[in-house]
Design a protein. Structure first.
Length: 692
């Protein structure tokens, strides 16, 4: 059939956009029906199929409604939650304009005042010159002095007044003018917002996990409460959430609850490491039937429903398989969080050549177990090694890393698990060696700790001996340095045991010099609150510089005299730990300039963390942070706190006797009810006990 058109002008274009859509007849019918019934329509398809045009057509077909403009007003109580208001369509622009005029109109009266002041500033010098030149006893010199004085004073006053006026205008406009979020000026139909370009996951949400996979009700989860980790039954925790929640939904035998932030924080996996994560929702349903118990080679068990999918390793890939289809011998994917370090971590602290030797050694052992009747020469050929190497290994001349691994295994430190009874001591020792005066030497020949407090160094030595079951003075010693500046003594602990050195390196200890090493808190330290307490307590014990007199505003501070790039993340982690304990602190960066020679200066950017010296904050610090390897620092802090406590106690009773109420006294002295209780009943006695 031939078309009777000479030009495109002859083609009649429908007025409605929906009638202009070509090739989507079924979709057009659905859109028209949805517009009449005021239904939602979900448009899914490849780019270019007409989804946006169908959406425009739908918006055009919708019945006319009373449109509104949406405005955002500044909230003086909380700037992060603006006040949202709606007005009739078209009035939003007028309201914004009036608000801006009002903000600037406050200062209109000042324009006239400014004009008057300019006239006065111009006339006053001439009046002063004429007046003081002609009065009895006056002369031209006095008149000239008054002219200059009045002229300079007038100019300074005018400049200050204009500066104040401009600042006031800027502030008024910035804070008071509302923002127009939705503008329906001169519009009669509902606007259409195009969402083209958003992938399906952004519109619908990516489904990464089946929410109805079920756990056995006695399954344990690790919950974070008040900065501490605790194991709780999933059944008890979920019951509490469902019983106390107002956002409970029930449908087809399922119950679901949506949680707010911090309602439930558990230990989970985030970006490849174990860290606290928020639970967004929980759901449950009754199940009647058989459960499946999965037992691993490490005697760990997991009880799930038959349809629960478990991640398995198959041909080097992760495959999700229903529990009922898992067979004996299948390898379950699991993150062995209970193991902190094992043999491989020790081997990885060596160079590639030694790592290769260890690999060959274990291949030799495996070949001997599989072929017990084979001779050394045949085994050497099978693993492509030189003749007599297997015989050399067989006579106990094993590679150095293997010898160190065996030494650590005898002391039950390898594999090192999260439930090891010595882990708190290891965390304490590691924290001390993270300080500037401890660690491992660059040639990996010794671990060391130095300081002026001999008792701290002796305690450090005892903890090392306890961890590794060392004999007295086994490869370790404390050296006294009598050539210290200002005629003071210092002590230096050193231990040359290679196995111990590799052990701490595997745990995350950086190699000195720390100026060239980026410091990070080892991940295993963060897994338990008590490990963090030991680690940071010993680190602060070595690095914290405490004040003698808090009344003189001398800060309790942490100074790190190395470039900030190396300590920035570490100090951020320390500040975050203090914040979780309720202790106020802040981090600053200062330039430290030292004279290297007569002609050359060196400049370092020093990172410094300061702990607030407010009375309450110091009390919190002393009560919640246990400093290790530095008894004298805690004693000095208690001495300074005791002096301040006496002064505040004296002021407290004085104000009470003057008739002030307890609340007013606490406000004047900047005390909380808790700190006031400690001040009146406990603090002074504890301080006296700490200094005896």
């Amino acid at each position: 059939m031939a078309l009777k058109y000479k030009t495109t002008r002859d083609i009649k274009i429908p007025k409605n956009i929906i009638d202009q859509v070509i090739g989507q007849d079924d979709a057009v019918a659905v859109i028209k029906k949805a517009a009449k019934q005021r239904r939602h329509v979900l448009l899914i398809g490849e780019p270019g199929t007409g989804k946006s045009m169908l959406g425009l057509g739908l918006a055009e077909l919708l019945p006319k409604e009373k449109l509104v403009d949406v405005l955002s007003f500044f909230n003086p109580n909380d700037e992060n939650q603006p006040l949202i208001r709606t007005v009739e369509a078209g009035k939003g622009r007028n309201l914004v304009a009036k608000s801006k005029l009002h903000a600037t109109g406050v200062f209109r009266g000042y324009n006239f005042l400014l004009f008057i002041l300019v006239i006065i500033a111009m006339i006053a010098p001439w009046w002063g010159f004429n007046h003081y030149s002609n009065i009895p006893g006056g002369n031209l010199q006095i008149g000239a002095i008054m002219f200059v004085a009045l002229f300079m004073g007038g100019m300074i006053f005018l400049a200050a007044f204009i500066l104040f006026l401009n600042l006031g205008r800027k502030a008024g406009i910035k804070t008071n003018a509302p923002k127009l979020i939705v503008d329906n000026f001169d519009k009669k139909k509902v606007p259409f917002y195009d969402a083209t370009g958003a992938h399906a996951g952004a519109l619908l949400g990516d489904v990464l996990h089946d929410p109805f996979q079920c756990f056995f009700r006695s399954q344990m989860i690790t919950k974070l409460t008040g900065g501490k980790l605790m194991n709780v039954e999933i059944n008890k925790e979920i019951n509490d959430l469902f019983n106390n929640s107002k956002n409970l939904e029930k449908k087809d035998g399922y119950e679901a609850v949506f949680l707010n932030k911090n309602d439930l924080v558990v230990l989970g996996e985030s970006q490849g490491s174990v860290s606290p994560v928020d639970v967004l929702s929980a759901n449950r349903h009754d199940y009647e039937g058989e459960m499946i118990k999965l037992m691993t080679s490490e005697n760990k068990e997991l009880i799930v429903t038959p349809k629960h999918k478990i991640a398995l390793w198959k041909n080097g890939k992760i495959v999700y398989t229903e529990a009922r289809d898992i067979k004996n011998g299948d390898t379950v994917v699991s993150k062995a969080e209970d193991i902190i370090i094992d043999e491989d971590d020790i081997i990885n602290t060596f160079n590639r050549k030694q790592q290769k030797q260890c690999k060959l050694y274990y291949q030799n052992l495996d070949s001997q177990q599989k072929n017990k009747t084979s001779k050394h020469k045949r085994i050497e050929v099978s693993i492509d090694q030189k003749i007599r190497k297997a015989r050399w290994w067989h006579t106990r001349n094993t590679p150095d890393p293997v010898q160190m691994i065996n030494w650590l295994k005898k002391r039950k430190l390898l594999p090192l698990k999260i439930d090891n009874i010595k882990l708190h001591l290891i965390a304490r020792v590691l924290g001390a060696m993270f300080s500037n005066n401890g660690g491992v030497t660059e040639n990996l020949n010794e671990i060391f700790l130095s300081g002026s407090d001999k008792g701290a160094i002796v305690n450090f030595k005892k903890d090392i001996e306890t961890i590794f079951n060392l004999n007295k003075d086994e490869k370790s010693q404390i050296i006294e340095d009598k050539n210290h500046k200002n005629h003071e003594h210092s002590w230096y602990y050193q231990n040359t045991n290679k196995s111990m050195i590799r052990f701490f390196l595997a745990l995350g200890l950086p190699i000195s010099n720390k100026k060239n090493t980026v410091l990070n808190v080892p991940q295993w330290i963060k897994s338990k609150g008590e490990l963090e307490d030991e680690f940071y307590g010993s680190f602060l014990g070595r690095e914290l510089s405490s004040s003698h007199n808090i009344d003189k505003n001398e800060s309790v501070e942490l100074k790190v005299e190395i470039p900030s790039e190396n300590r920035k993340m570490f100090l951020y982690q320390l500040a975050n730990y203090l914040q979780r304990k309720g202790i106020e602190s802040n981090t600053t960066y200062i330039k430290n300039i030292k004279r290297v020679s007569e002609k050359r200066l060196s400049e370092d950017l020093v990172c410094r963390l300061r702990i607030s010296t407010k009375f309450d904050n110091v009390i919190k610090f002393l009560m919640k942070i246990t400093l290790s390897y530095c008894d004298y620092k805690t004693e000095r802090l208690f001495l300074a706190l005791r002096k301040q406590a006496k002064d505040k106690k004296k002021k407290y009773y004085s104000l009470i006797n003057q008739g002030y109420g307890a609340e007013n006294v606490m406000r004047l002295l900047k005390l909380t009810p808790n700190s006031l209780y400690l001040l009146l009943n406990y603090l002074e006695e504890k301080s006296e006990g700490a200094t005896t």
